[in-house]
Write a protein that binds this ligand. Structure first.
Ligand SMILES: O=P(O)(O)OC[C@@H](O)[C@@H](O)c1c[nH]c2ccccc12
Length: 252
């Protein structure tokens, strides 16, 4: 699946016409995660569908969902902008920015400089770079490019091997360990356990995907995660504010 998505991204990047830069407030994504509302930071994801789960939320209103996440004191938002596989849109970022004051991560498959430029122009405060999708040199170049534009970068790895190769080029300020293998879609909330010893002290560690209970939150915290990135478990519920409180065991 990852390869199929990357093939499509190459076509998209080749046809991309850059929009003018959105006139939006810019926020620091990393600063919000360094001072989270809770003992564990939360990046709440606005996610309508995924290739592994199909449609996750009917009656999907991205701006309302973002506002509900803000009311539940999420620290940051992640917004899927891929159309073909996740039913997202780049337009959601600017729309959400009109209504909420949270820093926004652009969640997509970035493989080229033009997409980095586009991410800035659509108003993203941060973007995702997936180690398994990039060779380390290109990852480093895209990382530097994003930082030059004032965006933060979340560097995502799934395997210890990918982390090792990232660390030959950069020490990411934000390091995400994806519990989901993007080739097989298998999710394992213990993914971090064997990798924690490799994480540089300077990197803020984020556990991503498949986190659906308070036990999961406590577990990844015990593995050293300072924040979580959660989508599906929050989106499946009727009310996204309540979903956050429940995930953090606050309405028991
Ligand atoms: O819905 P979940 O299992 O809570 O996962 C959220 C997020 O981690 C997941 O959407 C994700 C992680 N890395 C990605 C890369 C591309 C697209 C999506 C993702």
């Amino acid at each position: 699946m990852l390869n199929k998505i990357l093939e499509r991204k190459k076509e998209e990047a080749a046809q991309l016409i850059l929009p003018p830069a959105a006139d939006v407030h810019r926020y620091s994504f990393s600063a919000a995660l360094e001072k989270p509302h809770r003992t564990m930071g939360l990046i709440a994801e606005v996610k309508k569908a995924s290739p592994s789960k199909g449609l996750i939320k009917e009656n999907f209103h991205p701006v309302n969902i973002a506002a509900s996440y803000a009311a539940g004191k999420a620290d940051c938002l992640s917004v899927l902008t891929d159309r073909d596989f996740f039913q997202g849109s780049p337009d959601y970022i600017e729309a959400i920015k009109q209504e909420t004051e949270l820093p926004i991560l652009r969640k997509d498959f970035i493989i080229s400089h033009i997409q980095v430029e586009e991410s800035f122009r659509i108003g993203a405060d941060a973007l995702l770079l997936i180690a398994e999708a990039l060779d380390p040199l290109l990852l480093q170049e895209l990382y530097v490019h994003a930082q030059e534009l004032g965006m933060d970068v979340l560097v995502e790895v799934h395997s210890p091997q990918a982390l090792e190769s990232v660390l030959t080029k950069i020490t990411p300020s934000l390091l995400g360990v994806n519990n989901r293998n993007l080739s097989t879609f298998q999710t394992n909330v213990h993914q971090l356990k064997e990798m924690r010893g490799m994480v540089p002290k300077q990197s803020l560690l984020i556990s991503e995907s498949g986190i659906s209970s308070y036990e999961d939150v406590e577990l990844v915290k015990s593995y050293g995660a300072k924040a979580i990135l959660a989508g599906e478990s929050l989106m499946r519920q009727e009310n996204q504010t309540d979903a956050i409180l429940q995930l953090f065991g606050e309405n028991l």
